[in-house]
Design a protein around this ligand. Structure first.
Ligand code: ADE
Length: 274
C-alpha cells in the first residue's frame, strides 16, 4: 500500500513512521510513504504558501497553486490513489471506512493548516473530505497519521498475529472490545496510593480467564463485550452482529437498567439478527 501525505510539516511524521506497528510496516515494505511539502512547489522568493482570505476575516488560507502542484506531484507517482482532504467538515471516519480503504492501491492524504485551504483545490483534486471527530485540530497531520495507522494495521502481514485486527474493538461484529488482563494474577495495592474504587475488585483477575476452558473464556469475553457496548456506546448495538439470544440478553440489561435506575438504553431491532 502506498501513502502520500501532503503537508507543510513533514517532520511531524518522522517519529510516527519510524516506531511501532507503522515503523515495522515501513521497514518491511508493507507500506511506502511519500511526504510532499507544498513549500517546495512555490515559485516566489518568499516561498509563500498562504494568503489572506478573500472577503476578510481572521487567519490565513493555504494558497491553491503550491498545494495543487504538491498534490499533482504525488498523484503522478500513484495515479490510482484515492485523494482525501482532512478537515472537520468531512465525513466522520469509521472502522468500516478504514477497512474499505485497506483494499486500495494508494491513498493521498492532504493536510491543511491555518483557517483551511482554497476551496478550488478541493473541487479539483479531492475525492473525499474526511473528519476524525467533532473537534478542531491545528492541522490535518494528526488526522493523516490516524488514517495511515488505522489502514496499515489492517494490511496482511503487518500485525504480528493474523487474528489481532479481526478481534479488535469495532471488529467485524461492531462491538467494543472486552477487558484484557495479564500477569500477575494478584495485584497488590501500591503503598499508600490505592485508587481502588468502592465497588470494583481491582486486585484479582476474573477466575474464568484462569480456568483454561476456552469455550467458557470465549463466552465470558463475548458477554463482557456486549455489556460494555451497552453501557458505553448503546447506539452501536443497532448495527452490531448479535444473535437472537444475545439480543434477549440486551433486552434484559435494558429492563434491569430501568428498574435499577441506571441509564435506560433503547436498542433497535437489527437486520443482521441470526
Ligand atoms: N483538521 C483539523 N481538525 C480536523 C478534524 N477534526 N478531522 C480531520 N482533520 C482536521
Amino acid at each position: 500500500m502506498r501513502f502520500g501525505v501532503v503537508t507543510l510539516f513533514p517532520e511531524l511524521l518522522d517519529a510516527f513512521l519510524a516506531a511501532g506497528v507503522v515503523g515495522r510496516a515501513v521497514k518491511n515494505s508493507s507500506i511506502e510513504v511519500q511526504l510532499e511539502n507544498p513549500r517546495n512547489h512555490t515559485v516566489d522568493g518568499h516561498r509563500t504558501v498562504d494568503d489572506r482570505p478573500f472577503g476578510g476575516g481572521p487567519g490565513m488560507v493555504m494558497k491553491a497553486e503550491p498545494l495543487g502542484r504538491a498534490i499533482q506531484a504525488v498523484k503522478q507517482s500513484m495515479p490510482l490513489a484515492k485523494t482525501i482532504y482532512l478537515s472537520p467538515q468531512g465525513r466522520p471516519l469509521t472502522q468500516a471506512m478504514l477497512r474499505d480503504w485497506s483494499k486500495l492501491p494508494g491513498i493521498i492524504l492532504v493536510a491543511g493548516r491555518y483557517e483551511g485551504i482554497d476551496e478550488r483545490v478541493i473541487q479539483r483534486h479531492i475525492d473525499e473530505e474526511v473528519s476524525i471527530g467533532d473537534y478542531v485540530l491545528s492541522g490535518g497531520e494528526v488526522a493523516a497519521m490516524v488514517i495511515v495507522d488505522g489502514v496499515s494495521r489492517l494490511l496482511p502481514g503487518v500485525l504480528g498475529h493474523p487474528d489481532s485486527a479481526a478481534e479488535d474493538s469495532f471488529g467485524e461484529d461492531g462491538l467494543l472490545d472486552h477487558p484484557h488482563y495479564t500477569r500477575p494474577e494478584w495485584l497488590d495495592d501500591l503503598e499508600g496510593a490505592s485508587d481502588a474504587t468502592e465497588h470494583e475488585d481491582t486486585r484479582s483477575v476474573p477466575a474464568v480467564l484462569l480456568s483454561g476452558d476456552h469455550k467458557l473464556i470465549a463466552q465470558w469475553r463475548r458477554d463482557a463485550a456486549i455489556k460494555r457496548t451497552w453501557e458505553r456506546r448503546p447506539e452501536l448495538l443497532a448495527n452490531a452482529t448479535i444473535s437472537v439470544a444475545e439480543r434477549k440478553q440486551i433486552e434484559q440489561l435494558n429492563r434491569a437498567g430501568r428498574d435499577g435506575a441506571t441509564e435506560p438504553q433503547q436498542v433497535e431491532k437489527n437486520e443482521q439478527d441470526h
